[in-house]
Design a protein around this ligand. Structure first.
Ligand SMILES: Nc1ncnc2c1ncn2[C@@H]1O[C@H](COP(=O)(O)OP(=O)(O)O)[C@@H](O)[C@H]1O
Ligand SMILES: C[C@@](O)(CCOP(=O)(O)OP(=O)(O)O)CC(=O)O
Length: 489
């Protein structure tokens, strides 16, 4: 058996721009997470072109597919013996193979698939709640305990019953699977996923967006797939009409629509990353909310109260843009004068935001920029709460307001908010992460607060920002626990 193709894709956190990002007139700030989905593809040595897809973290999660062809039409059919269905996986296989046949020709694709294919898919523990695993091992809900869990741990349940944490498992799964298949079927070279923005990566993006929309039965904003493909960025959505011709499953060629040269793909991936020596922290607050129903109510309010909504969205958008600009500016200030930047971070890390002005360097551009990040995140929270009240939707419900207020008043916490659509789902924070500090780190202070917090059931996630830009080729042996998790074919 040859070397497997391994492709990973990160999860996402929409730190600003929830709801607005659904409209191409506005943008969203999306951070990709160090927690990733991995797809491992290996050729088998059988005599049939069967494709076996396995998700070893779940029970009853092996899906066999038979590949058949009539002339240039290749069809992927789930085996009747499968214990469960997986629409997302099935569509990813069918659409990617169809596209590969269009681009490379049926004989090339049939040849690659002729001896059978084994595909294993796993997601980092952060994608699924680890509350039960921690309880079973009598471990407190801390980052330290999470780091002790087996990577890609077995969840003990069927996929349909797993408790998701909101990092965008289906988008990361589809992106890693579609991208790995495109490489395996030689539609794009491996370099597409080792280098930054390029045509191969864009092809993977367009196809993953289409498959994800098709599997979900609706065209969302797509920020989650864009983060899985490109990493952290400032996202402006594509117009839904680009994939409309393919949404009703009419048999039309995919490539003319999916191709990166189709100018109707008008999404924009703007530069964005979190500043050096800061750390994003995430916690799941376990109450959960139904994003589509929140979205429905907010959009209905926008229809009915056009003027109020447009005024609010214009203000929110300028705050979101300000936040993106200031965070980026901090990276620039770091590269211009590393020492001055490190000094600010080291000092401010032990002070609450109200004390930052007492720093001798308070007029410093770095401290001013952090003050602006703080004020802007607080204003965004205020406007999101206002929108929630106007639409009667719990975007930042009072319980989360209390939790966030307690977090952002801790020394070393820069700001935070509710990610994405909000609701009783999760919170994000940005904290200082000073180098070589002997004092308690801001992340440890936050961890302590979360552990002792009683009004909400707060459970931390291990993820921080992914520094690697989006989907990428991996080596099986380089990822701790991956070889063991995917087992042998
Ligand atoms: N680890 C996995 N292995 C295989 N399929 C998965 C896995 N995780 C998610 N999926 C697929 O994604 C679907 C979940 O989609 P959805 O509930 O929309 O998730 P999300 O809220 O993460 O977008 C599942 O029904 C399944 O088809
Ligand atoms: C409202 C939104 O703009 C953002 C929702 O972001 P979430 O991160 O809350 O999404 P889920 O993954 O569905 O939980 C809808 C969208 O952009 O599609």
């Amino acid at each position: 058996m040859g070397t497997p193709i391994v492709v990973s894709a990160p999860g996402k956190v929409l730190i600003a721009g929830g709801y607005l990002v659904l409209d191409p007139a506005y943008s969203g700030l999306v951070v990709s997470t160090s927690s990733r989905f991995y797809t491992v593809i290996r050729a088998e040595t059988s005599t049939t072109s069967r494709i076996c897809v396995r998700s070893p973290q779940f029970t009853n999660a092996t899906w066999d597919y038979n590949v058949s062809s009539v002339a240039a039409q290749v069809t992927v059919e789930p085996s009747p013996e499968n214990a469960s269905k997986n629409k997302f996986v099935h569509l990813a296989l069918q659409k990617t193979i169809t596209l590969a046949v269009e681009v490379k020709g049926a004989s090339s694709v049939k040849d690659i698939l002729s001896k059978g294919t084994d595909i294993a898919i796993v997601g980092g523990n952060d994608f699924y709640s680890q509350r039960a695993q921690l309880e079973a091992r009598n471990l407190p809900r801390t980052l330290e305990s999470l780091s002790k869990l087996t990577p890609f741990a077995y969840t003990g349940v069927e996929l349909a019953n797993v408790h998701k944490t909101g990092l965008g498992s289906s988008a990361a799964l589809i992106t890693s699977l579609v991208s790995a298949l495109l490489v395996y079927l030689q539609v794009i070279p491996e370099s597409s996923l080792t280098e930054g923005d390029n045509q191969g990566r864009r092809l993977a993006h367009n196809l993953a967006q289409y498959v994800h929309c098709f599997a979900q039965g609706k065209v969302g904003s797509g920020f989650d797939v864009a983060a899985a493909v490109f990493g952290s960025h400032l996202y402006t959505r594509f117009q839904a009409s680009v994939i409309q011709p393919l949404m009703d499953d009419q048999v039309v060629p995919l490539f003319p629509v999916i191709s990166p040269s189709n100018s109707e793909w008008n999404y924009n991936i703007g530069d964005f990353k979190l500043p050096p020596l800061t750390r994003m922290m995430l916690a799941d607050v376990d109450a959960g909310s139904d994003t589509p129903s929140l979205v429905g109510k907010v959009l209905k309010w926008r229809q009915e109260s056009r003027d109020t909504a447009n005024a609010l969205w214009t203000t929110l958008d300028s705050l979101n843009q300000e936040l993106a600009k200031t965070l980026l500016q901090l990276s620039e200030l770091y590269s211009r004068n590393e020492k001055a930047y490190i000094d600010v971070v080291t000092h401010a890390a032990s002070l609450s935001a109200s004390e930052w002005s007492t720093l001798t360097m308070s007029k410093d551009p770095v401290i001013s920029a952090f003050v602006k990040v703080r004020n802007t995140t607080e204003s965004i929270r205020g406007k999101m709460r206002e929108m929630g009240t106007l639409c009667d939707v719990p975007i930042e419900p009072i319980e989360q307001t209390k939790l966030l207020d307690a977090c952002v008043s801790l020394p070393g916490v820069i700001g935070g908010g509710v990610p994405g659509a909000g609701g009783y789902d999760a919170i994000w924070l940005l904290v200082f992460d000073p180098p070589g500090s002997s004092e308690e780190l801001p992340s440890e202070r936050v961890g302590g607060l979360w552990q002792s917090y009683t009004e909400l059931d707060v459970s931390p996630l291990l993820a921080s920002e992914s520094m690697a830009k989006g989907a990428r080729i991996e080596k099986l042996a380089d990822i701790a626990g991956l070889k063991e998790a995917v087992g042998s074919a």
